[in-house]
Design a protein around this ligand. Structure first.
Ligand SMILES: [Zn+2]
Length: 159
């Protein structure tokens, strides 16, 4: 039975947070550097949705390059910076070799969040910057996929 809430699912690296060589860029204090227009865009768009989630592939957890605790600390920091828009978050710590159900383009993170939070996936939106994001949204049955550059208006000149 489908849920009732309209949700905004947002990718992390390259969408909410600046990345370089597939790693989140952090400032001198160790905090992630947010992408341009993220603060203003989320402030405007978040009220249109009943729930909002981060869904992020974090294969470097499996390879030992970063701890899951540190990834979650960065998500929590962003949540505070942005005025607590996020209802929940999911990360996939696996690599392709693990053959898990959660690593995008597979839909596991979306399906689990939808089940837990009574989400109507067909009425929901995913914002991402990669084909894996888009394909995961399609497979999960998320009704709308929006490229991060369009959602945040980078095409018209990022800061
Ligand atoms: Zn996984």
């Amino acid at each position: 039975m489908p849920g009732t809430k309209r949700a905004l699912f947002i990718d992390w690296g390259g969408t909410l947070a600046l990345t370089k060589n597939n790693r989140t860029v952090v400032d001198a204090a160790g905090h992630p550097v947010l992408m341009p227009n993220v603060v203003a865009t989320l402030a405007r768009e978040r009220p249109r949705f009943d729930a909002c989630f981060i869904v992020s592939n974090q294969a470097r957890v499996s390879t030992g390059e970063i701890s899951e605790t540190e990834v979650l600390r960065r998500f929590a920091w962003a949540n505070e910076q942005l005025g607590r828009p996020f209802t929940d978050c999911r990360l996939c710590p696996h690599t392709d070799a693990d053959d898990c159900d959660c690593r995008k383009p597979r839909p596991g993170m979306f399906l689990e969040l939808a089940r837990l939070h009574d989400v109507d996936l067909s009425a929901s939106t995913h914002v991402g910057d990669s084909e894996k994001d888009r394909d995961a949204a399609v497979t999960a049955g998320v009704g709308t996929f929006v490229w991060a550059r369009d959602f945040f208006g980078w095409a018209t000149g990022p800061a």
